[in-house]
Design a protein around this ligand. Structure first.
Ligand SMILES: [Zn+2]
Length: 188
């Protein structure tokens, strides 16, 4: 093997090693950027903004002071209703026409509730709801949303909750019981 050929091989080996390390440095960064971008876009979508003028269409209260309890129903036409808690939101969800004659159930696009611990906005049908606890919302007894069954379980133990429910188990009878109850709820 002559010297010239050896030099070419050396250059080739050196450049592939360099390329390998350079790619190691750049590729994971690109992935990380992509992932964070994806994460951000989902988070942006699952977000509720309310103005000081927004009132709950069910009880008439201003929503703004109760950020921690805010829930929202977004409609396909781009409009939305914000609520001061779960109960009011469920009332409109179950019978939209009763509170807004322009809306039907099939017009609903997205329903957001707020995880009690993290304050993250989550879809209503992914949440776990604790009822009968000693934590009260602006309208008394509430269904308190969590993004995991584990967190709902911890809260239930810490705050003397009675049950963990999924969204499809919420009905007008339960909402009436929660509304009427004073200090403790009887769910039997
Ligand atoms: Zn309300």
């Amino acid at each position: 093997m002559n010297r010239k050929r050896l030099n070419i091989i050396k250059i080739l080996v050196f450049s592939s090693i360099t390329l390998f390390f350079v790619s190691l440095f750049f590729v994971p960064n690109t992935w990380a950027l992509d992932l964070s971008r994806k994460k951000k876009s989902t988070e942006r979508k699952l977000y509720i903004t309310v103005t000081k003028k927004d009132r709950c269409p069910v009880c008439g209260m201003f929503v703004h002071p109760y950020q921690k309890w805010i829930t929202q129903i977004q409609f396909k036409d781009g409009s939305h209703h914000s609520f001061d808690g779960m109960k009011c939101m469920c009332r409109l969800y179950i019978d939209p026409g009763k509170y807004d004659s322009t809306k039907k159930k099939r017009d609903i696009k997205l329903v957001l509730v707020r995880d009690y611990y993290t304050l993250k906005f989550i879809r209503h049908d992914t949440a776990f709801y604790v009822v009968g606890s000693d934590v009260f919302g602006p309208m008394g007894h509430e269904l308190i949303p969590f993004d995991s069954q584990k967190n709902a379980g911890t809260f239930l133990i810490d705050h003397n909750g009675l049950k963990i429910l999924r969204f499809n188990q919420i009905n007008p009878e339960l909402l009436d019981k929660l509304d009427k109850a004073k200090k403790t709820v009887n769910l039997e």
